[in-house]
Design a protein around this ligand. Structure first.
Ligand SMILES: *Cc1c(COP(=O)(O)O)cnc(C)c1O
Length: 397
């Protein structure tokens, strides 16, 4: 089916695998891309086949040639540890499906305090109701997480860097402790994608991502993916089947299309965001830039050790100014749109405040905080846009 089976003697580079994996040109009558299979019913040729469930595809919810093509690409990208990839209708659905597949009543779950806020809402709003006990931990805890384990600790949910505060957790250190204690490690790998962070190679058992962001890459789909190693995949595949989780065929196709250009888009996001981060770090209005690829970032060494690139999302801390001045900046910029999400082609800016929800740690950045997504516009235009924003900020002080 897939042409991704590069043997160990000839491992292709990730950029090549993104382009070649999941292609079945012969099955597609020569076309490079698979058709979008809109399908529920799959017909079985004989009664014997029906009784034996003998079919390449059995039912729309369980997959199609379109979903298989995407799963093959993602498996190839994740690397040899990956035993399977599940597809979900949103990034949040990928997280909730993962947690429901792994946990049961009476279990204890450790969650990083910088976790994506709706993931926290799910833990507090539903898992607690189902009898799961949650403890939030300092993202910088490292091997010190050992003291938080209980006999019933089933899993640890990590996210590095946090998508607002950009703290870098030491995932291999956390995973070493978790595995010694018999717990699974789940990583929200949305920021880096498996292209820049092969989390399954670093002790993570289940790596999920909001493919709404960089995999889709064009701000036009909601999508989630769940990749698991051989230890966790049986739980995941059972959970997905029992919950009835699947994704719509058009979104599957757009996610697949996004993977083909992921490497070039991310390389550009990396370059542009780093240039913008350095430019912002030199601005008099900016107190600090929270970008793990900057040498000044406290988590830089971890980023350098565990990641092969950085994406387009980072935050800045402004020197203290009234909120009205921050709002003046937000209203003055035009290339930076104000909106949630990220990972698309366009630049975005939002104010945020982690203290609104953190429980294990206190967030005291020292000034107003803004999160920036650096899109694929020319960086000189983006700098000119922020120049306008900073002029408006100063005028409003
Ligand atoms: C956006 C996001 C999600 C959720 O993805 P949706 O597709 O919006 O449901 C999960 N984790 C992180 C880090 C995200 O940024």
């Amino acid at each position: 089916m897939s042409s991704s089976n590069d043997g160990p003697s000839n491992p292709k580079k990730p950029e090549t695998r993104l382009v070649t994996a999941g292609r079945d040109t012969k099955g597609q009558r020569g076309f490079v891309n698979p058709p979008v299979f809109h399908g529920s019913t799959v017909l079985y040729p004989t009664a014997e086949d029906l009784h034996a469930h003998r079919a390449e595809f059995s039912y729309g919810r369980h997959g199609s040639p379109t979903t298989r093509a995407l799963q093959d690409v993602l498996m190839s990208l994740e690397g040899p540890q990956c035993a399977g990839v599940g597809l979900a209708p949103s990034g949040l659905a990928a997280i909730t499906t993962t947690l429901l597949s792994v946990l049961k009543a009476g279990d204890h779950l450790l969650v990083t305090d910088n976790v994506y806020r709706p993931s926290r809402n799910f833990c507090n709003g539903m898992l607690v109701r189902y009898g799961v006990e949650i403890t939030y931990f300092d993202p910088l805890i490292g091997a010190g997480i050992e003291r938080l384990f209980k006999p019933n600790t089933r899993a640890v949910l990590v996210e590095a860097p946090g998508s607002q505060s950009f703290e870098m957790s030491d995932i291999p250190a956390i995973a070493a402790v978790a595995h010694a204690k018999g717990a699974l490690v789940i990583d929200d790998n949305t920021w880096a994608t498996p292209l820049f962070h092969r989390s399954l190679d670093q002790g993570v058992d289940i790596s999920m991502q909001a493919a709404t962001k960089y995999i889709g890459g064009h701000s036009d789909i909601m999508f989630g993916t769940i990749s698991a190693n051989a230890k966790a995949w049986p739980l995941l595949t059972e959970g997905i089947r029992l919950l009835g989780v699947c994704a719509g065929p058009d979104d599957v196709f757009l996610a697949l299309r996004g993977t083909r250009t992921l490497a070039v888009r991310l390389a550009q996001h990396h370059r542009s965001a780093l240039e913008m981060a350095r430019w912002l770090a030199a601005r008099p209005e900016v107190l600090r830039v929270l970008h793990p690829a900057l040498e000044t970032h406290p988590g830089h060494d971890i980023w350098k050790r565990d990641f092969t690139g950085a994406s387009g999302l980072f935050s800045i801390v402004l020197k203290p100014v009234p909120q009205a001045a921050v709002d003046a900046l937000l209203d003055a910029v035009t290339l930076f749109g104000m909106g949630y999400s990220w990972g698309g082609f366009e630049s975005l800016v939002i104010p945020f405040d982690c203290n609104a929800y953190r429980t294990a740690t206190k967030w005291s950045p020292g000034g107003p905080t803004l999160r920036l997504h650096i899109g694929l516009e020319n960086v000189d235009d983006l700098k000119a846009d922020l120049d306008r924003g900073f002029a408006a900020l100063k005028a409003a002080c």
